[in-house]
Design a protein around this ligand. Structure first.
Ligand SMILES: C[S@@+](CC[C@H](N)C(=O)[O-])C[C@H]1O[C@@H](n2cnc3c(N)ncnc32)[C@H](O)[C@@H]1O
Length: 214
């Protein structure tokens, strides 16, 4: 992933963010040498950012779309209100097995459930309401994920969508790849959607925060 923030500043920001607990550092170390595309993990800075969101919301119900190795789910978990839970959707059985193993070894074994299958199918079985939804799966489906979760978002809930600046590729008109086009479509649709209030933040690869309007 190409950095959109000056790499030295990004590293400085990460260094001045509370370090991850041992179980999360171990997950990251193992994932980097065993799974493909380790750069998909949100990492220390965005992980703590998500935890802060969960904490500020007093979240009792979190939905994650895109588990990968469990780094972001285990990052959000300490921010949950007592008794809070995270449901995390993952299509890859290999990723789900990796995540489940690390979740089981963490203090949040009872708080996080990984559901295997296409996320849109899983979301259809869930009623919510969710205090926090983290969208971080296949980019082509971002608008569909947004439409599926908006009716299930708590009145004061927040949707956070990852990678919405896509290493800056959203700005390059010559980039017509499926993912870039889908993310542009997502960003453009949300900015003018009267149902929601949106802020596009430049954390890591771009994190869009969304809430109900009114
Ligand atoms: C960017 S990674 C998630 C990273 C994770 N949030 C973290 O920070 O560690 C995206 C994940 O979404 C999964 N995925 C892709 N398409 C999916 C789908 N249709 N339904 C559910 N999961 C999907 C991929 O297998 C991959 O593990």
């Amino acid at each position: 992933m190409t950095e959109i923030v000056d790499p030295a500043l990004d590293a400085y920001a990460a260094e001045h963010t509370t370090a991850p607990p041992a179980y999360l550092a171990e997950l990251a170390s193992e994932l980097e040498v065993t799974l493909e595309s380790p750069g998909m993990m949100v990492g220390r800075l965005e992980g703590r950012y998500l935890e802060m969101l969960a904490f500020a919301l007093g979240a009792t119900a979190v939905l994650e779309i895109g588990t990968f190795g469990g780094y972001s789910a285990l990052s959000m978990a300490p921010g949950l209100a007592p008794g809070g839970t995270i449901t995390s959707c993952e299509i890859s059985p290999v990723h789900a097995e990796f995540a489940r193993r690390h979740i089981a070894a963490s203090p949040f074994a009872d708080a996080i459930e990984v559901v295997v299958g296409p996320a849109l199918d899983t979301i259809a079985t869930l009623s919510g309401p969710f205090d926090l939804v983290f969208i971080d799966a296949d980019k082509a489906n971002y608008l569909e994920y947004f439409e599926a979760v908006l009716p299930k978002l708590a009145p004061r809930g927040i949707i956070a969508a990852d990678n919405t600046l896509w290493s800056g590729r959203v700005l390059d008109p010559s980039d017509t790849s499926e993912d870039t086009v889908a993310l542009r479509r997502f960003n453009e649709a949300l900015a003018v959607d009267p149902r929601v209030v949106v802020v596009q933040t430049t954390v890591r690869d771009g994190v869009t925060l969304i809430r109900h309007a009114g």
